[in-house]
Write a protein that binds this ligand. Structure first.
Ligand code: LLP
Length: 386
């Protein structure tokens, strides 16, 4: 079986489970991303910190010159600590608390992505109290369903995100009246792990329609933030280690109608960091069930919850063995039936102590880890080979 290039000999002394980060791959991904971005001078990338806020990862991404997309005061602080320029930080979220808004105002972040009229009023009054003006985009709910898992589609009218399409004009008018917010643009996001460019084309068409409508009514549009959502090839991490940024940007270039010189903002998370991370576990026991064979590993849904929460697929490799493949349900030790990484996984024959790599876990892996069952939070191993 084709496997990733892991320095297994270095793993012997490490406590499992841990997150392995291929920092060389992250660097190559950032090089490719920058090369693609350089073709579009108006495009600005803000890395979605929620995907992975590991400080080393954040530092690499900040050093590459990207901005940050944050959804909490904690993330704004982490982005600042990692060296992201304050003016490159955008701050979204349907429920920003006063302390979070104040922290972001004090830091002088670039943009608040405002998600409701009451939030707009609160932001204005908190900015007034400090005698500053907050730059804002209004997050619009575009009512577009992306072809992805129901829990990670965000752009439908029934979702809690963004300002309803029908009242947008009133909210813009209100923003223009207020003294301590400056209306600068519109923000959208339709979902995550999107591989069909048609979904992004639908978003572009919606944005174009809306911009025309606003212009017709004599209202400003400002710049456009199209959110994140580009997916990766979970099935084939060894064949497609870097996401297809070229096609993604070309799609927006072709379909999004903006005046030359208008900034277009992007907030990719998963596609930047997912491929560089793997959860490394050890096999504890191989157990024969009545009809199935289980590989019980020491990692679980507490380190990587995506399979349990979304039935998400992550490729699994036995990186210790080179024996013929067998079929296993790869499961963790947590007392929940959903603590299964993959059913009927075909992997090289497992023995107690073998290292197992759960691939493409760099996004929404470590970031979503919990201490359920009083597990320790996982540590990280950084592989700096280029
Ligand atoms: N911008 C906004 C407003 C978002 O809500 C998100 C993700 C992003 C950008 C980044 O999206 P990305 O490029 O990573 O797809 N935990 C789930 C994914 C949740 C995504 C939430 N929002 C998972 O593990 O699949």
């Amino acid at each position: 079986m084709l496997k990733g290039n892991f320095p297994v000999e270095k793993f012997a002394s490490l406590k499992t489970p841990f997150y392995y980060y291929d920092m060389g791959l992250l660097a190559r991904t950032l090089d490719e991303l920058r090369a693609q971005l350089s073709r579009y001078p108006d495009y600005r990338m803000h890395y979605a910190v929620k995907a992975n806020f590991n400080p080393e990862i954040l530092k690499q991404i900040a050093a590459a010159g990207l901005g940050a997309d944050c959804v909490s005061g904690g993330e704004v602080q982490a982005a600042l600590d990692a060296g992201f320029a304050p003016e490159s930080i955008v701050f979204a979220g349907v429920g920003k608390a006063d302390w979070e808004i104040n922290l972001a105002l004090d830091a002088g972040i670039g943009r608040f992505n405002v998600e409701s009229l009451p939030e707009l009023e609160v932001l204005d009054s908190l900015a007034a109290a400090k005698g500053v003006k907050a730059s804002i985009s209004l997050r619009v709910n575009p009512n577009i369903g992306a072809h992805t898992h129901a829990n990670i589609t965000t752009g439908l009218a029934e979702n809690k995100f963004g300002i309803n399409y029908d009242i947008l004009e009133d909210v813009i008018r209100r923003a223009l009246e207020l003294n301590n917010v400056v209306f600068r643009g519109l923000h959208f996001h339709i979902g995550s792990q999107i591989l069909e460019m048609d979904d992004f084309i639908a978003l572009c068409n919606r944005v174009n329609e809306l911009s025309e409508r606003l212009s017709r009514h004599g209202l400003p549009v400002g710049d456009i933030n199209v959110g994140g959502g580009l997916g990766i090839q979970y099935q084939h991490p060894n064949h497609f280690p870097i996401a297809d940024f070229a096609t993604y940007f070309a799609t927006f270039k072709k379909h999004l109608a903006v005046k030359p010189g208008t900034p277009v903002h992007f907030e990719l998370g998963r596609s930047i960091v997912a491929p560089c991370g793997s959860l490394i576990c050890r096999v504890l026991y191989v157990k024969q069930g009545t009809s199935r064979q289980f590989a019980i590993v020491d990692g679980s849904m507490t380190e990587l919850i995506r399979p349990a929460l979304y039935k998400a697929y992550h490729r699994i490799e036995n990186i210790s063995s080179n024996e013929p493949e067998e079929v296993y349900d790869v499961v963790g030790p947590v007392c929940e039936s959903s603590d299964v990484f993959l059913k009927a996984a075909e992997i090289d024959k497992c023995h107690r102590g073998d290292f197992i790599a759960i691939r493409s876990a760099g996004a929404y892996g470590e970031a979503m880890a919990s201490r359920y069952n009083l597990h320790q939070l996982p540590e990280a191993y950084y592989d700096w080979r280029r």
